[in-house]
Design a binder for this molecule. Structure first.
Ligand SMILES: C[S@@+](CC[C@H](N)C(=O)[O-])C[C@H]1O[C@@H](n2cnc3c(N)ncnc32)[C@H](O)[C@@H]1O
Length: 214
């Protein structure tokens, strides 16, 4: 699915979010900078926009992007987002305790097992390391009343026209409805062995940002 939309992925993101995606990624990068990491894994790096924000925020850090979709990684390479590795988030090819921070933006939601992916992230983090998850969520009312019709009807229609892959964007709405948010995500983080989970709503709750510590 991501291979089919790879070439138009960035354009669709920026248009459909009204440019807010730049702000969401910058906010995530600023939090990561406060942790002063040396080695960062950007999992589900896709077209590399998070890795690029991280490079700007943490110029001294060694940042690796990983994703299992090669056409998306090609987009990342064309933008010089830094080194990338073709890898499945459910079987990461990295040694235990090899990163200070793992970020995953709009990626965990798409993985076949959320606990399985979180367990892999925890495994590759050193003791004291941090995870940061950025993903869509359904905002509370009254914003939800406008957001849901946009998400399930308007967005797939525009994105289908832009990318020729309307099904991928119908899936987007369904996956957002299924994905745990707020306290439910904090609980998932605890169950995966992360301490001090935090949740922050961005843009009225259209997006949520979670952190946890090993
Ligand atoms: C919506 S894109 C997000 C890309 C990027 N992080 C961003 O913020 O724009 C989701 C990405 O997750 C990747 N992905 C989904 N499941 C994966 C898995 N099991 N292992 C690695 N990457 C995965 C897809 O290939 C896709 O590039």
């Amino acid at each position: 699915m991501f291979g089919a939309i790879a070439r138009r992925y960035d354009l669709a993101n920026h248009l459909l979010s009204g440019g807010l995606d730049f702000f969401w990624r910058r906010r995530a990068a600023r939090i990561v900078r406060s942790w002063q990491p040396e080695r960062i894994l950007d999992l589900a790096t896709g077209s590399g926009d998070v890795a690029l924000s991280l490079r700007r925020a943490c110029p001294e850090a060694n940042i690796i992007g990983a994703d299992f979709c090669v056409p998306m990684l090609r987009q990342a390479r064309s933008k010089n987002s830094g080194p990338v590795v073709a890898a499945d988030g459910l079987a990461l090819p990295f040694a235990a305790e090899s990163f200070d921070v793992v970020t995953v933006a709009f990626g965990l939601r798409n993985m076949a097992s959320w606990p399985g992916a979180l367990a892999q992230m925890r495994r590759v983090l050193r003791p004291g390391g941090h995870v940061l998850i950025l993903d869509f969520s359904v905002p509370p009312a009254p914003l939800r009343w406008i957001y849901r019709p946009y998400l399930h009807h308007v967005l797939p229609w525009i994105a289908g026209w832009l990318t020729g892959e309307r099904g991928a964007y119908e899936y987007l709405g369904e996956s957002i409805e299924r994905f745990p948010a707020g306290e439910a995500m904090c609980q998932l983080l605890r169950e995966a062995g992360f301490a001090q989970p935090t949740a922050e709503r961005l843009t009225g709750g259209i997006v949520s940002l979670y952190t946890g510590r090993v």
